[in-house]
Design a protein around this ligand. Structure first.
Ligand SMILES: CC(C)(COP(=O)(O)OP(=O)(O)OC[C@H]1O[C@@H](n2cnc3c(N)ncnc32)[C@H](O)[C@@H]1OP(=O)(O)O)[C@@H](O)C(=O)NCCC(=O)NCCS
Length: 622
């Protein structure tokens, strides 16, 4: 016998009657995101005249802002954990509150009665044969708040998917039921419509996701665009606060299979989702997905225990040291980080984990840089500089982990919009993030030419070949001090060359026009080692450029020199350089073979055991 059916029938009522049970002076929790119970909240507002001094608690939803309406101020006061324009306006006028807290913390505060809940207005799926309804696409805080509420009123929506996991409520736990039937899909909020910029950023962020990684993708256009760049990865996992349509293809192709996850292997774990009708069908009764309360999904300790946890989030701004604010710039004291910091922190604990912040370099109108010298006064630091490993813009990737303040500032200026780089450089000097002698090295000339970035596998090692950047100065130091006497002598024709920091800075800070430098960076997890470097300096009078190469001893004879020379020729031709010149010791067979192997016409003049070489970049050998 299914006794619960009788109970169900007894509890079914309409929205008006259900809301009449809500008394004055109560704290009312309202279901989140796509699980927002529309008929109940409409009725609550409709019934506002009968209510007074009710607090509304809602971590986030698309319509909670309605409660911030001035006409309702005697009936409701909104306490939000997430901001929208209407709420910000109400806050300014003293009609609403904002409570800063991590998503992972909210359930505990509710359970400990620091945020007591009297009434829960929620939406659930129709009951299964055992009388259990699913919280569907909105489990997050909703389950915890419902469990601690005295009065539970639920919309039973035929269109709420029955998701699986720790996400069920029995009919006996609900006081009043209102049957509804309306779609719950919702477009993910598009905060930036610059498609090309978004794609470039997402593509860069995706390069930081290796096979076997477990992903968290934050809210927003950029994180949602990342999955389309991951179709050729293997064995990805997902442990996230929320997801959207972006991941469906990866799950269906078997790219996300969770086979290498530490916790909840083979399952996609989330606490809510927002998206299209297709997403709602995808999550319905899907045994590969597990929905859990935020207490579980957002626990930084659990996230940190996940091997190769990669968290990709977005935010309005980051400062030159790597501090992130999730503040909307219109209300600088009011952050809405949601669960972002839970995951950034968790990923920074994780073995081989990565925390990535991805954002466009400017605001949509291009009038403000989103990389700032320092955060605006009063802005909350939602992620500390200690926790953020990478910052990504459409100009590339800044690697911050383990970097000094000088290196961080240079890395971040390098991915700022070119129009703002010199201003940031000057500001960084004023703030003492950069030394005064950096002043001789303004960001002049061309933008970092990312078309010369190449990911390669060289003798089984992953390598990134790319133009050098100002923050690479320390790599040059490590490289120079690794050379044997022979290598040092062949390159510098002296056994004890001194290469000061200033000279290294000059070598690393090229203008990509009159000067160019490439490095071969060997990547071993987080470790990045410079194995070879090439450089040219143009003489504008003759339109020729002097070239030099140096390869770390243990990598000589393995093709790096040839690779770099080809790249230098390409760059030289692109920058309309007529010819390369070089001074090479007569016994430097490797270097000579390299030049003569180009197929170009090489002229050589020998004097005192040194060849002065000249080769035309367009002229083939006859
Ligand atoms: C010269 C140098 C840049 C070449 O780079 P590399 O990565 O070792 O060279 P590659 O592996 O690309 O090899 C290029 C060619 O040189 C040959 N070669 C490399 N090292 C050699 C050596 N020590 N003796 C003889 N031939 C050598 C290779 O066999 C290859 O020839 P191939 O095309 O006929 O097969 C590198 O050895 C080096 O850094 N030397 C010390 C510094 C220096 O001499 N700099 C040049 C001053 S401008």
């Amino acid at each position: 016998m299914m006794y619960w059916r009788d109970e169900y029938e007894r509890k079914v009522t309409n929205a008006r009657r259900a809301i009449s049970y809500v008394k004055r002076g109560r704290t009312i929790f309202i279901g989140t995101g796509c699980g927002h119970p529309r008929e109940l909240t409409d009725e609550l507002i409709e019934n506002s005249a009968a209510l007074a001094d009710n607090s509304i608690i809602n971590p986030f939803s698309f319509t909670t802002g309605h409660f911030a309406d001035k006409r309702l101020e005697d009936s409701f006061r909104l306490n939000s954990f997430h901001l929208g324009t209407e709420i910000e306006e109400a806050m300014k006028q003293g009609r609403a509150d904002y409570t800063p807290m991590h998503m992972s913390e909210i359930p505990r505060l509710i359970e400990d009665d620091r945020i007591p809940i009297d009434v829960a207005l929620i939406m659930v799926s129709p009951p299964d044969m055992h009388g259990f309804c699913s919280y569907g696409v909105s489990v997050d805080i909703t389950k915890t708040a419902t469990e601690s509420a005295e009065l539970v009123i639920a919309e039973v929506n035929r269109q709420m998917p029955r998701t699986l996991g720790d996400c069920f409520i029995h009919i006996s736990e609900i006081d009043h039921l209102v049957e509804v039937d309306y779609p719950i899909s919702h477009d993910l909020f598009v905060e930036d419509s610059r498609d090309e910029v978004i794609h470039t950023i997402a593509g860069y962020a995706a390069t930081l996701v290796d096979d076997g990684a477990t992903l968290q993708l934050g809210m927003g256009t950029i994180p949602n665009a990342v999955p389309r760049f991951l179709v050729d990865r293997k064995d990805l996992g997902m442990h996230t606060e929320m997801f959207s349509d972006g991941i469906i293809e990866l799950v269906e192709r078997g790219v996300i299979n969770g086979s290498r996850k530490t916790n909840n292997p083979e399952k996609v774990v989330a606490s809510f989702c927002i998206g299209s009708e297709r997403l709602m069908e995808f999550v319905d009764n899907n045994p590969m997905l597990e929905f859990h309360p935020s207490r579980y999904t957002n626990d930084p300790r659990l996230i940190g225990g996940q091997y190769k946890m990669v968290a990709i989030n977005s935010a309005p701004a980051v400062d030159l040291t790597g501090q992130v604010t999730a503040d909307r710039m219109s209300v600088p004291y009011a952050s809405s980080p949601g669960g972002q910091e839970d995951f950034i922190r968790g990923a920074s604990y994780s073995k081989k984990g990565r925390s990535i912040l991805a954002l466009p370099s400017t605001t949509i109108d291009g009038k403000h840089s989103r990389i700032l010298p320092s955060l605006p006064a009063g802005a909350g630091v939602t992620s500390t500089r200690e926790d953020v490993h990478y910052v990504v813009t459409e100009y590339g990737i800044a690697q911050l982990r383990g970097k000094t303040i000088v290196q961080r500032a240079l890395e971040l200026i390098n991915i700022a919009h070119p129009d703002y780089r010199n201003g940031l450089l000057e500001a960084a000097k004023e703030l003492n993030f950069l030394p005064e002698d950096q002043s001789s090295l303004p960001y002049r000339g061309k933008v970092y030419p990312r078309e010369f970035e190449y990911w390669e596998t060289i003798n089984g090692h992953e390598a990134l070949v790319r133009p050098m950047r100002p923050s690479d100065e320390h790599h040059l130091r490590d490289l120079f001090y690794s050379f044997s006497d022979k290598t040092t002598y062949q390159r510098f024709m002296s056994l004890n060359p001194r290469i000061s920091r200033n000279e290294r800075m000059k070598l690393a800070n090229v203008d990509y026009d009159e000067q160019m430098a490439f490095g071969v960076f060997l990547l071993d997890g987080e470790r990045e080692e410079l194995a070879a470097v090439s450089h040219y300096q143009k003489d504008p009078k003759t339109n020729t450029a002097e070239v030099s190469f140096i390869v770390r001893d243990d990598w000589q004879g393995q093709g790096l020199g040839r690779y770099l020379l080809n790249l230098m020729i390409q760059a030289g031709r692109k920058n309309r350089i007529k010819a390369f010149t070089a001074e090479v010791l007569a016994n430097n067979t490797g270097m000579l073979k390299l030049f003569y192997g180009t197929g170009l016409d090489v002229k050589a003049v020998l004097q005192d055991d040194v060849y002065s070489l000249y080769f035309h970049l367009e002229k083939e050998k006859e």
